[in-house]
Design a protein around this ligand. Structure first.
Ligand code: CA
Length: 252
């Protein structure tokens, strides 16, 4: 028995795309395009995880979620439209474990699924995960996917923050964070060196180039920008200052 995922999405092209990607990752996939059908399938079936769109014909996703949660605790990740803040709040209140905002990078969805499987499906799925070495990669707090051709890390995920190198995109719980190029580079450098304290000189070279002439306190400025946009906005402790040495992002 592998990991079995129910994809509930009425946009058939998108559903088909998600299905192909998930199957490529080795998951078993079933689909529903209608809320009522989805609820019946979810109640009758034995799914490890459900991806649930909110705007659905038949029965909307939040209603499917509420009725399902009364009956069984299958973990649900909601697919929500951009800016549908109320949907996100109602969805989490109704018991969804996570949500992702459409349109999303498939790598981000896959990363969130790995985290969900680790966090919410441990009790009865440990045996299954052993059959999926690629899932075990996600069993750390820090989750890195590696481009098999270049050997470069492409996606970093820590504390619900996702940095997607190919898409040049950073998000927290699906909410996109707008970063300048240098802020992005700074964050990427820290994530590439998780648990390693980087000096201001090292960071400066990575972010501004080795021939940069100027003050190293430009690093502090970018760190401050990042903290405002991430640490303070989402009330998390991501970037730590090591006095007299530099900065680090820790894996826990
Ligand atoms: Ca829809």
């Amino acid at each position: 028995m592998g990991v079995k995922i129910l994809v509930v999405e009425d946009e058939e092209k998108l559903a088909r795309f998600i299905e192909l990607e998930l199957k490529h990752e080795g998951y078993e996939v079933e689909k529903a395009h209608d809320g009522r059908v989805a609820l019946d399938m979810a109640l009758a079936g034995d799914y490890t995880l459900i991806l649930l769109d909110i705007m659905l014909p038949g029965l909307n996703g939040l209603e499917v979620l509420r009725r399902l949660q009364n009956e069984k605790p299958t973990p649900v990740i909601l697919l929500t439209a951009r800016d549908a803040v109320m949907d996100k709040v109602s969805g989490l209140d109704a018991g969804a474990i996570d949500y992702i905002t459409k349109p999303f990078a498939i790598e981000e969805l896959l990363a969130r699924i790995r985290v969900a499987l680790k966090t919410h499906c441990n009790n009865n799925q440990n045996a299954d995960l052993k059959d999926y070495p690629e899932l075990n990669d996600g069993l750390d707090n820090l989750n890195i996917s590696v481009n098999k051709e270049s050997g470069q890390s492409e996606i970093f995920m820590i504390k619900d923050l996702v940095l997607d190198v190919p898409k040049h995109r950073v998000s927290y719980r699906g909410e996109e964070i707008e970063l300048t190029n240098r802020e992005f580079l700074m964050l990427k450098t820290l994530l590439e060196n998780i648990d390693i304290v980087l000096s201001r000189d090292t960071l400066l070279e990575k972010v501004c180039g080795y021939d940069y002439v100027g003050e190293t306190n430009v690093v502090d400025v970018y760190i401050r920008y990042l903290r405002t946009k991430i640490d303070e906005k989402y009330d998390i402790k991501l970037i730590q200052t090591i006095r007299g040495v530099g900065y680090v992002i820790k894996s826990e």
